[in-house]
Write a new protein. Structure first.
Length: 130
């Protein structure tokens, strides 16, 4: 289990550009999980409904990889990093001012933090605040 207090303290200590959650949307979740497990000697847990049914794996640095299926018919496969930020509202305001499209405004995920999704340069990106 991730100690979110440690991760939060590291953000406050000035550690920047840390991926907190790497979200992989796949049409074949089991095959994707199995490939990562075999290549990296890790294991993915059971689906976490709070994370859209993602099967997750905690990495040695405390970051999380989650693999899930599409949540809607129009959702395409994507690999989306969620960068850990101290102030998600400020981060969203700043990147929106630079031309990013906010696909998902800051949203609380109970017990896990607050996330947001933006698109810039035709790529999906995420932000995460603990």
């Amino acid at each position: 289990m991730v100690d979110y207090r440690v991760a939060r303290r590291r953000v406050h200590e000035g550690i920047i550009m840390k991926v907190h959650y790497l979200e992989i949307v796949s049409h074949d979740v089991d095959a994707a999980c199995k490939a990562y497990e075999l290549a990296n000697s890790v294991s993915f847990g059971e689906p976490d409904e709070v994370l859209g049914g993602a099967r997750t794996c905690i990495l040695s640095d405390g970051s999380i990889v989650g693999i899930r299926g599409p949540l809607r018919e129009t959702e395409e496969p994507v690999v989306r990093p969620y960068w850990l930020v101290e102030d998600i509202e400020q981060a969203v305001t700043s990147i929106e001012a630079e031309g990013a499209t906010i696909a998902l405004p800051p949203m609380e995920i109970p017990g896990k933090g607050i996330c947001a999704i933006y698109i810039i340069g035709s790529n999906d990106h995420g932000l995460w605040q603990l």
